[in-house]
Design a protein around this ligand. Sequence first.
Ligand code: SF4
Ligand SMILES: [Zn+2]
Length: 321
Amino acid sequence: MQAYPAVESQQTKWIRNLRGERNPVSPASGCAALHETESLGDGQFVNANVVFPVNSECPFTCVMCDLWKNTLAGPTPGGFVVRQIAKALAALPRAQWIKIYNAGSFFDFHAIPLADYRAIAELLQDYERVIVECHPAFVDERVLAFRDLLPGRLEVAMGLETVHETTLKLLNKRCNLTQLESAARWLGEHSIDLRLFVIVRPPFQQENEALTWGLRSLEFANDLNACATILIPARAGNGAMEELQKRDLFTPPHIKTVEYLLQAGLEMNKSRVYVDTWSPSWRLTCSCDEARVVRIQEMNSCQAITPAISCDVCNSSLEYI
Ligand code: SF4
Ligand SMILES: [Zn+2]
């Protein structure tokens, strides 16, 4: 297998060659969904329903992405996403917010046809806030078409990933910081809120770089007025990440890096900051690390800094980097 290409035009082929099979999708089976609580800080919480509709694959091929596993090989049939959301919501309790994470971009017409917007919006009339994910390339007038169908507030979640431009190019994200910033400002000008995803220790970064660039990414998210920033520990599981791991180009972040960045983000006191704990991939190296996992969950849920964990074995320091 050739070395990981530095040129974006060759990265897609390298990444796709390492993929396994998609998960089987039955049109009748509905989609994954869950009910969760999101902390707003100061003891305030909201309930949120989260649905993960299956649709056609995202046109991009980011090296760290495993979302393609739950996508269709072909275009999304009309009404397909509507039926999945309706079925999922029928089985979920009432909630104030809804997050629709469709393994790509909500505003990509190949994933969700424009003709389905109205029917989807009709299912969301009782929600105070609707959160959808989207690559900056699809942030344009179509977002307004959907916003205008909702009584609630629209929030768009975008992957900032990292502000380290060289890493961003190597991720094959096909979006530079200027493009992301432009999409973020456009959303703000149209009264649409912004949520950003930041990867903790993406591939091609060492642990010390993950701390430095993680901090700068949090600062950048604040500059863009993100209302929430989600720290996602990088994980293997898509073929390409395992190959990079073999070549020492990827290592999952240490739990202390994740904990440090969450605390630092909360100390900035600008946006809400959470660690994504849905599929934890962090490295644990000391008996105190389980307490750090609990501390991360606590800080997630109170949006405040809880007492630090002390440990005589590892000195609780960042010397591991
Ligand atoms: S833009 Fe998002 S969904 Fe598309 S490949 Fe990249 S990470 Fe995956
Ligand atoms: Zn320890």
